[in-house]
Design a protein around this ligand. Structure first.
Ligand code: CP
Ligand code: NVA
Length: 306
């Protein structure tokens, strides 16, 4: 299987990732200027969603249409995946009909198993471990507002979850320092932390992590699949709410990001998305642009006329 996949930020070189960010900015400009750009005419993206989604589904579906192609939404409930057809068999069959497959799943091994059997590119639309498409949008957003993130300091406040793990990958690939403030027992992936070395620091005090940060990011306290733990997590994470006072501890030009959906009154204060330092809406929009850059990079361009 020779297809190139995007299951993690580590599947690309730092140069490729930076080019994708720049291309996302260019594609955003093309769209704003109303320029038709359809390199993926007649190409089809399959989208398997084992979990709910607003942004990921919309951005991939709209993105494929804008690039001249189409996207097909597939849920396990309505496909044989939900009735036990092996992932490997599904990957072989689906990749014979589609030009790329995006998967949002629980176990990251579902993605790697699918990719190992797919003849077309597979894109991680979120797993329990990683959310690389979101980080690409975050990197584009930072670049648009502040220029290169290389050498800057980022604070992650809250759960050491899939987003936090991907921030660790981003720290390695985009060359920034990451300070993670999380409660004991909610640390990010140990292997990734070891790989990042002294780029990543684990702290307990959110104010210590926020000090001097150029970007502060957080996420829900209970991710999809952790609904049963939500009440217990609420109590544990209470000291980790990001509010305006926490942003005041950071660099004067700090930006705030949240991948959304947000829970006001939990991981963020009620007013935080209205603070001028928050760029969460740009961040959400940029899912569209940077994923179009990713699709352009991964998917074979338009067919030739017979
Ligand atoms: N941030 C994000 O992935 O949003 P959705 O769950 O709505 O796709
Ligand atoms: N950590 C969250 C991100 C949602 C986009 C989750 O996995 O549910």
């Amino acid at each position: 299987m020779s297809a190139r996949h995007f299951l993690s930020l580590m599947d690309c070189t730092p140069q490729e990732l930076n080019s994708l960010v720049r291309r996302g900015i260019e594609l955003k400009d093309l769209r704003e200027r109303g320029v038709l750009f359809e390199p993926l005419k007649n190409r089809v993206l399959g989208m398997i969603f084992e979990k709910a989604s607003t942004r990921t589904r919309l951005s991939f579906e709209a993105g494929m249409i804008q690039l001249g192609g189409q996207a097909i939404f597939l849920s396990p409930r309505d496909t044989q995946l939900g009735r036990g057809e092996p992932i490997s068999d599904s990957a072989i069959v689906m990749s014979r009909m589609l030009d790329a497959v995006m998967i949002r799943t629980f176990a990251h091994s579902t993605l790697t198993e699918f990719a190992a059997n797919s003849s077309v590119p597979v894109i991680n639309g979120l797993s329990d471990d990683l959310h690389p498409c979101q980080l690409m949008a975050d990197m584009q957003t930072f670049h648009e507002h502040r220029g290169s993130i290389a050498g800057k300091t980022v604070a992650w406040i809250g759960d050491g979850n899939n987003m936090c793990n991907t921030y660790i990958e981003a720290a390695i690939q985009f060359d920034f320092q990451l300070k993670v403030a999380c409660p004991e027992g909610y640390e990010p992936n140990a292997e990734l932390m070891a790989r990042a070395g002294d780029r990543v620091q684990i702290l307990r005090d959110p104010r210590e992590a926020a000090a001097g940060a150029h970007l502060i990011s957080t996420d829900v306290w209970a991710s999809m699949g952790q609904e049963d733990e939500a009440a217990a997590r609420l109590a544990t994470f209470r000291p980790y709410q990001v509010d305006r006072a926490l942003l005041d501890c950071a660099a004067a030009n700090v930006l705030f990001m949240h991948c959304l959906p947000a829970h006001r009154g939990e991981e963020i204060s009620h007013d935080l998305l209205d603070d001028p330092r928050s760029v969460a809406w740009d961040q959400a929009e940029n899912r569209l642009h940077v994923q179009k850059a990713l699709l352009e990079f991964l998917v074979e361009p338009a067919y030739h006329h017979a």
